[in-house]
Design a protein around this ligand. Structure first.
Ligand SMILES: [Zn+2]
Ligand SMILES: [Zn+2]
Length: 121
């Protein structure tokens, strides 16, 4: 585990969508921070009388970190099955549809005149 993470932090953990350019001499997992920047206390965050402030040199890192997390979430969602309507769902029903109950979905379920009453919980 530790060995794998240490060997190539960017190989399978991040990357994917858009491979960000690597700063030469970068030491951080996202390839954006030089040793000096990576060594900033608290990841470049500091408290001022106005609240938290991020060191400008760390902005790229935070942006990449955010992008990596978003990409990971997108990938996780991409694994969900997709309803013909375009909606991804954790599970589709036996008709291969998401849980929407509009006319289009009912039609695909073979229900042409959906009863208005008895909505199942
Ligand atoms: Zn960085
Ligand atoms: Zn649907």
């Amino acid at each position: 585990m530790v060995d794998r993470a240490a060997r190539s932090p960017g190989a399978d953990g991040i990357g994917g969508m858009t491979a960000p350019t690597r700063v030469s001499g970068a030491v951080c997992a996202y390839g954006c921070c030089t040793e000096q920047v990576a060594a900033l206390p608290n990841g470049g965050w500091s408290t001022t009388d106005k609240g938290w402030k991020l060191d400008d040199r760390r902005r790229e890192h935070v942006a990449r970190e955010y992008a990596a997390i978003s990409a990971r979430i997108d990938r996780a969602h991409a694994d969900y099955p997709k309803c013909p309507c375009g909606q991804r769902a954790i599970a589709l029903d036996k008709h291969g549809l998401c849980s929407k109950k509009d006319i289009e979905h009912d039609r695909r379920r073979g229900i042409y005149a959906a009863p208005k009453t008895k909505a199942r919980a």
